[in-house]
Design a protein around this ligand. Structure first.
Ligand code: NAD
Ligand code: DAU
Length: 361
């Protein structure tokens, strides 16, 4: 049975990936989920699988090399899928230090622990050992406001935020281990994800939550920034395809050619909420475009992201399956059906964060 070590599996994409993998492979695989359970890690995301015999959760911090080495020593790991990271750009602007610690040094620990466990005395690696580093399109910087400009795997790195700089640093480390040690890895650089289990600090769940609560919808700057939105399950599928069919040492860009301006997204969310709420639901009345509030822009705000997924499409046959109109409905339905999850995620520390982050805007 193949054993996967997934880091950050209690977060948004990691938990969707774990659900996807169990749906696809059932008991043919074993998954060990290593997560420090920061504010972004939520064990509730995995309650459906937590009793599976082939699922193990280990609370550990990737900044702790000894803890990670111990996990490798005690388990015969075949595949690593490395999601764990500090992931929110706004937080990186306020507190960049932890982004360097987790994203750069934590990734170095993951590479060192995997290398120590896997590398043979002759410097080669056993067949089948693979490390996938999950990264972001933000490492490429910002595109001009031009519908024909895209990020390719060959686009030079030009990160702007502390978050994207730390992810760029981690990508470079993975590249250097591949080049120096022949370390068997891949890197994926994906565009903005949306879907179930996304923490409501990110734009789409934040707007859904605020609209339902009759709170202002805070749009940064002029609202004309462009992001390329991908339904999270399509990302999970792409990651699996890269490990199954991709060429080792290669980088793959993942994105859905679904570029939209932020203001368009907010208006779609308002219209979709109104369409999906039952006729007699009193919230329908207040969910209108009057809730839209333009607020101070994000510092260093990247204008436009757009992935060219040509390579992954041509080499692996991957294509996004969920169109935005369908994905946003599935997402909103998930938040309707999981109000308790949303209440837990938005109570306590999140409220303090929200007050601090948005009160001056
Ligand atoms: P998330 O913030 O929802 O989850 C991150 C997870 O990592 C959490 O469970 C958290 O507890 C865990 N974690 C954080 N620090 C840790 C540490 N020191 N040790 C162990 N675990 C730790 O993030 P996400 O949105 O699911 O993103 C996952 C990965 O995908 C990240 O590497 C991110 O850079 C990348 N990515 C995200 C997107 C997106 O749109 N969200 C797009 C492309 C790439
Ligand atoms: O592109 C991939 C990246 O997408 C990932 O690497 C990051 O981990 C992920 O957080 C995401 O980064 P963004 O900064 O693009 O996502 P966010 O949801 O924070 O913001 C999306 C856009 O919406 C961005 O232009 C800022 C804007 N925004 C965001 C928030 C939270 C608002 O206008 N208002 C808001 O309240």
């Amino acid at each position: 049975m193949r054993t996967y070590l997934v880091t950050g599996g209690a977060g948004f994409i990691g938990s969707n990936y774990i659900h996807y993998m169990f749906r696809k492979y059932g008991d043919e695989i074993r998954i060990i989920n290593v997560d420090a359970l920061t504010y972004a890690g939520n064990p509730e995301n995995l309650k459906e699988v937590e009793n599976y015999d082939n699922y193990t959760f280990i609370k550990a911090d990737i900044r702790d090399l000894d803890a990670i080495k111990k996990i490798f020593a005690e388990n015969d790991i075949d595949r690593v899928v490395h999601f764990a990271a500090e992931s929110h750009v706004d937080r990186s602007i306020v507190n960049p230090g932890v982004f360097v610690e987790t994203n750069v040094l934590g990734t170095a620990n993951m590479l060192n622990a995997a290398r120590a466990a896997w590398e043979k005395p002759d410097g080669t690696y056993p067949e089948g050992k693979k490390f996938l580093h999950v990264s972001t399109d933000e490492v490429y910087g910002s595109l001009p406001d031009d519908d024909n400009a895209f990020f390719y795997e060959t686009t030079p790195y030009q990160p702007h935020s502390p978050y994207s700089a730390s992810k760029a640093g981690s990508d470079m480390l993975v590249r250097s281990y591949m080049d120096t040690y022949g370390f068997p890895a891949n890197i994926t650089n994906c565009s903005n994800n949306y879907g179930p289990y996304q923490f409501p600090e990110k734009m789409i769940p934040l707007m859904i939550h605020n609209a339902l609560e009759n709170k202002p919808l805070p749009v940064y700057g002029d609202g004309m920034n462009v992001r390329d939105w991908l339904f999270v399950e399509d990302h999970a599928k792409a990651i699996d395809m890269v490990q199954e069919k991709g060429k080792l040492f290669e980088t793959y860009n993942i994105g859905g050619h679904n570029e939209k301006r932020n203001i368009e997204i907010v208006k779609i969310i308002i219209a979709t909420l109104r369409e999906m709420l039952p006729e007699n639901d009193p919230r329908r009345e207040h969910i209108t475009e009057d809730l839209i509030t333009y607020v101070e822009d994000r510092k260093g705000h990247d204008r436009r992201y757009a992935i060219a997924p040509d390579k992954i499409k041509k080499e692996l046959g991957w294509e996004p399956e969920t169109m935005f109109a369908e994905g946003i409905k599935k997402t909103i339905k998930w938040y309707f059906d999981n109000e308790e999850w949303l209440d837990h995620a938005t109570s306590g520390a999140y409220q303090e964060y929200y007050e601090k982050m948005y009160s001056g805007r």
